[in-house]
Design a protein around this ligand. Structure first.
Ligand code: AMP
Length: 251
């Protein structure tokens, strides 16, 4: 295939302890370390491996979000992507609107394969890949843990509740990546320098004639209740009494 398109979301780094805004309107992102969504890093690593094995000519990364997304796109370029596209938008954007914007890029670039993460770790929606597949009328393989490129198709192993499912999908196709697909490479300093010279196209989301108005209203975001501290018990008899007291067993 000629091109692989990889969709990259800028999210709060997974090592950061999330703090909620005092007015419960969302999560504090100011002054917080931001990174590429981990599943998208896996998607990019896979795209680079497909290209390195001679099965693709170009890896393009695309992100939708504020101008600061350029930082994550530069990291993606340093990992090895050939060029980047930023669709600039300063407000929260729902999966369907993201999918509609990505669809425009798919129409423009005609990639043979589109890779996304199975979910973004900030909204946990797990929707964008599926919606994009519908908009493009392409086959989809979600939660992929292994991918083999054949001439006009892909063999994909998916992680499902019952075990592993093996699928064959015709290309072009949409694949969303699961955690065990690969281990993304580390970025080296010379690659960071080289990435500064790679092309980055910046577009305005408002130029696509797609309504970006949210259709969902977030009423409140609250932290989970603090975990109760544990108790030390002296043997199985005490354990039975404690479980009975909590109503977790009858006898
Ligand atoms: P979600 O449906 O929000 O859980 O996101 C699933 C995947 O869609 C992510 O792992 C990304 O690959 C892609 N995606 C979601 N939002 C964006 C965005 N703003 N820019 C680029 N890709 C995105």
């Amino acid at each position: 295939m000629d091109k692989i398109l990889v969709c990259i979301k800028r999210v709060v780094d997974y090592n950061i302890k999330i703090r909620i805004k005092p007015d419960e309107s969302g999560v504090i992102t100011e002054g917080v370390k931001m990174s590429i969504n981990p599943f998208d890093e896996i998607a990019l690593e896979e795209a680079l491996r497909v290209k390195e094995s001679g099965n693709a000519n170009e890896v393009i990364i695309v992100s939708i979000g504020p101008d600061d997304c350029q930082q994550q796109l530069r990291t993606g370029l340093a990992m090895g992507a050939d060029r980047a596209i930023l669709i600039q938008h300063d407000h929260i954007i729902e999966p369907l609107k993201v999918a509609k914007l990505l669809h425009k890029i798919v129409e423009q670039e005609n990639p043979g394969l589109i890779l996304l993460g199975k979910q973004a770790i900030d909204d946990d929606c797990n929707q964008t890949g599926q919606m994009l597949a519908e908009l493009c009328s392409y086959p989809q393989a979600t939660f992929a843990s292994e991918l083999t490129v054949n001439e006009n198709s892909l063999k994909v192993i998916r992680e499902v509740d019952q075990g592993l499912e093996t699928l064959e999908v015709d290309l072009p196709a949409i694949v969303t990546t699961d955690l065990r697909m690969n281990e993304p490479r580390y970025v080296k300093l010379p690659d960071i320098m080289k990435a500064k010279k790679k092309p980055m196209d910046v577009m305005d989301a408002n130029d696509f004639e797609i309504s970006l108005e949210p259709s969902i209203k977030v009423i409140s975001v609250t932290p989970p209740p603090p975990r109760e501290s544990g108790i030390m018990l002296d043997g199985v008899d005490q354990l039975f009494v404690a479980l009975k007291d909590k109503g977790l067993i009858n006898e």
